[in-house]
Design a protein around this ligand. Sequence first.
Ligand SMILES: Cc1cc2nc3c(=O)[nH]c(=O)nc-3n(C[C@H](O)[C@H](O)[C@H](O)COP(=O)(O)OP(=O)(O)OC[C@H]3O[C@@H](n4cnc5c(N)ncnc54)[C@H](O)[C@@H]3O)c2cc1C
Length: 412
Amino acid sequence: MSIGIVGAGISGLHLALRLQQFGVDTTLYTPQRPEDIRDGPPLNFVTRFHSTREREKALGVTHWTSGEFDNPSMHMYLEGSGGLSFQSRLPHPASSVDFRMYLAALLEEYQARGGGVEPRETTGRSDLADLAGNHDLVVVAAGRGALTGTFPRDPARSPYDTARRRLAGGLFHGVLPADPVGMTMHMVPGAGEIHAPTYHTFGGQVTVVLVEAVPGGPFESVTGRDHRDDPDGFAGHILRLVGDHAPTLRERIDEQEFALVRPVDMLQGAVVPTVRHGWAKVGDDRFALAVGDAWIANDPLTAQGANLGSAQAFLLAEALRTAAGPYDERFCRTVSERMWADAQPVVDWTNMFIGDPPPQVTALFAAAAADQRVADAFVENLDRPHEMWHSVRTPENTEEFISGARLVRSGT
Ligand SMILES: Cc1cc2nc3c(=O)[nH]c(=O)nc-3n(C[C@H](O)[C@H](O)[C@H](O)COP(=O)(O)OP(=O)(O)OC[C@H]3O[C@@H](n4cnc5c(N)ncnc54)[C@H](O)[C@@H]3O)c2cc1C
């Protein structure tokens, strides 16, 4: 069996490394060398939860297992009048490592283990058809870029056709870690969210400050201006916004020290939450299957996209290992539906949280702020999307979740 994989993000690399472990012949098509990835701007600020870290362990990827890379806690703040907050320690620490370091190291690992890499940018359907001629199946793991045109948007699974948040975020000096160390999210109704996780980059530990702005709301004053025009002014603007809307985060910031780590360490953009058709015919009897953001793009609010891409990679690798072939439309349909069963809770949960919050979510946050057992159960579910979605999808489910958390965690 021979599998072509287009794209060296987490989805493509976890798939390539897993198939390599299974003895499957793979070729990774990527225009980027590890040094290009390291030298580029940040594409995201990913936190990887325990399940993803367990998959890394299974892959023999051990670069970030030491406690210094851990993000053990989650702090949530609902700002504004009637504001509330809660925090909890995750059952197992998450990890937030600069993806430029992470992906470059995984690409090197794959190559060091004998993995084939073709330095090539795949430009569209006819190019994919070319690749498909050399493989039993081509997997497109090229993110939200040019190849998404091959996989049409699935309107039944994509309730939004525009971005619900505009993003501006960077790596900053001058921000104390939260106490206890971890990720923080400040939700400001009508405006958006400000995330401030501890993050590990090339020079050591820093803090991400990521603003998610509701279009037309007050945070757009940050996301709507280009940071390259005036990097210092931009940092000052973020500082004022934090001061106005997230006072506990402002207390962590030393105004004199607050600055981007390097001018390159900033990103701006937006994600249109989209689910695409999971596969496409690209040649005579040849198919391309999409995974990761190439298939499903979620807003980063719930910190799930990379974790989901890794989970999909493992599911697909297992399906390839156990199926005798051919890797035709039937195979693509079956595996895509299997992966959708895993992805749907992430999509629904994320789309709910970037919409107007339903009353049960507000009730859940109030219950978590009032009762540590509920806070612990909610934070535990950040790495259990099925359980998270089940707990918020209806008011009745949320009530059941809250009373269940009180009972189970009391040991009664
Ligand atoms: C600000 C921000 C914060 C985030 N935070 C989190 C978080 O905390 N937790 C989480 O789980 N997720 C998070 N995400 C989402 C996460 O970054 C993505 O879901 C994940 O990285 C997608 O991985 P991927 O491998 O599918 O795609 P990508 O990471 O986009 O990788 C695709 C690769 O393919 C390459 N490529 C593109 N086009 C081509 C082509 N034509 N030919 C060959 N190669 C190509 C690209 O250069 C890239 O290297 C965040 C996203 C953003 C924007």
